[in-house]
Design a protein around this ligand. Sequence first.
Ligand SMILES: Cc1cc2nc3c(=O)[nH]c(=O)nc-3n(C[C@H](O)[C@H](O)[C@H](O)COP(=O)(O)O)c2cc1C
Length: 258
Amino acid sequence: MQPNPTIENMLNRTSIRAYTDREPTQEELITILRAGQQAPFASQLGSVLLKRDRDNNPFHAPLYFTICVDAHKWEQIMARRGWEMVSTDLLVILLGMQDAALMAENMVIAAESLGMGSCFLGAVPYKAAEIIEEYGLPPRVFPMVGLAMGFPAESPPPRPRYPLDFVVFEDQYPTFSETQIQEAMQMMDGGYLAQDYYSKLKAKIRIRDKSKPDTFDYQTYSWTEHISRKWGQDLFPPNLIDQFERCGFFIGKRAEED
Ligand SMILES: Cc1cc2nc3c(=O)[nH]c(=O)nc-3n(C[C@H](O)[C@H](O)[C@H](O)COP(=O)(O)O)c2cc1C
């Protein structure tokens, strides 16, 4: 590993869920936003909504961003060039999420370099109606993810990741050995357990099927069980496609079919 301040910032970054009273200055805010904006883009299909309403922001963070996929402003520009969007909304959303995610992560790293911390919030797409209302969003803007930010009032150790050889496959995708899978699971579960992560967050997901015994307590419940319960029980609201349509994106069909 070749350490330098940028790499150290990235390797030591953690999601921060508690913030001090210190308000980021306007200069700090603009620096973070400009660093975000300078991320690579396919079509600059990202926009950032900002709330500085600490009382109502998640984790009482001084800054709360909602990162959006924004085809509205792009279509305004296309119209001035005499063009209309004919690409499918699936493609627009895919490219838009790439643009918006890269911008968001640049903001995270920039904040980190200024001594600040942040945490993404994934439930935002399910709150499309509220967000449209709150910010007066026009059609063709989709709220993708929330991002709380401020000066950290906690300093947790970095969270674990898979072994690199479970992530990077040079030339050929491998057939995983049982040992490799067990090692990956152990790396994640051992790492989170060592931090009492789920116990501190009180974040154990209940098993809905009453015939399936819950054999885990907070001494054994960790990431692989948590994520399995999340994805194995269909806990997410069923209406994601409705949320896209509410925002004027018609994935898998043409707008006029609706
Ligand atoms: C798209 C996305 C959505 C997330 N949503 C939430 C959330 O709703 N609440 C939360 O506390 N953390 C959320 N997180 C933070 C993750 O839990 C965190 O990144 C992960 O546990 C790894 O920890 P680390 O960021 O400290 O390395 C989210 C992260 C991402 C990238």
